[in-house]
Design a protein around this ligand. Structure first.
Ligand code: GRF
Length: 197
């Protein structure tokens, strides 16, 4: 049966756009909703233009009460009945209370070769470390930040004159290939990692 996918965003949504574009023809999944915690997220317009329902659950009114925010997320998802959640640049930490019931059904993309550089500023940290290779990872989400079984990775070279911006752009190109490739495989029930090198 076709899997229903909720995509969570906070910003421009370029990964979300690639996921939406990929879910067509004999793909085993379809997007059922795009949810943002930020009403200004540019990705909301992209989703609407693609005919995918959108939801906004702002986090500010909850003033740091993550559990209450997550109850609101669950409420907003309810009538879309997703089977899977794809976090795609969703910039809020989720607690075990939300993550655990979705264990094995929630994916995230992170701009580093995990387990290196969990958290923020991954490109800067790769440059500062003098890494020759950098990249991105899609993984199953667990309650620990940027952790969980790895479902795919793509590598890029770090070039001598790279800045954070040029390196980020090179990684983002690979994110746009990797995430759709992983989702297609995962939604078909195959959890073998996709390695793009
Ligand atoms: C991506 O680099 C993603 O890996 C990171 O945030 C960025 C989101 O970009 N977590 P976009 O919103 O998909 O364009």
């Amino acid at each position: 049966m076709t899997k229903r996918v909720a995509v969570f965003i906070s910003g421009s949504g370029s990964n979300m756009q690639k996921l939406l574009e990929s879910m067509k023809d004999d793909h085993p999944a379809r997007a059922c909703v795009v949810l943002s915690n930020d009403p200004r997220a540019g990705g909301l317009d992209i989703a609407e233009a693609a005919g995918v329902p959108t939801e906004v659950v702002r986090h500010e009114p909850f003033k740091g009460d993550r559990v209450a925010f997550e109850h609101a997320l669950t409420g907003a998802l309810a009538h879309h009945a997703p089977d899977l959640i794809c976090l795609a640049g969703f910039m809020r930490k989720l607690t075990a209370g939300f993550v655990d019931p979705w264990r094995g059904r929630m994916l995230n993309i992170h701009p580093s070769l995990l387990p290196k550089y969990r958290g923020l500023h991954t490109h800067r940290r790769a440059l500062e470390a003098g890494d020759a290779v950098h990249g991105c990872t899609v993984h199953e989400v667990t309650a620990a930040l940027d952790d969980g079984p790895i479902l795919g990775q793509a590598e890029v070279p770090v070039l001598p004159d790279d800045t954070e911006a040029t390196l980020a752009a090179r990684v983002l190109e690979q994110e746009h290939l990797l995430y759709p490739a992983v989702l297609a495989r995962f939604a078909a029930g195959d959890r073998r990692p996709v390695m793009l090198r």
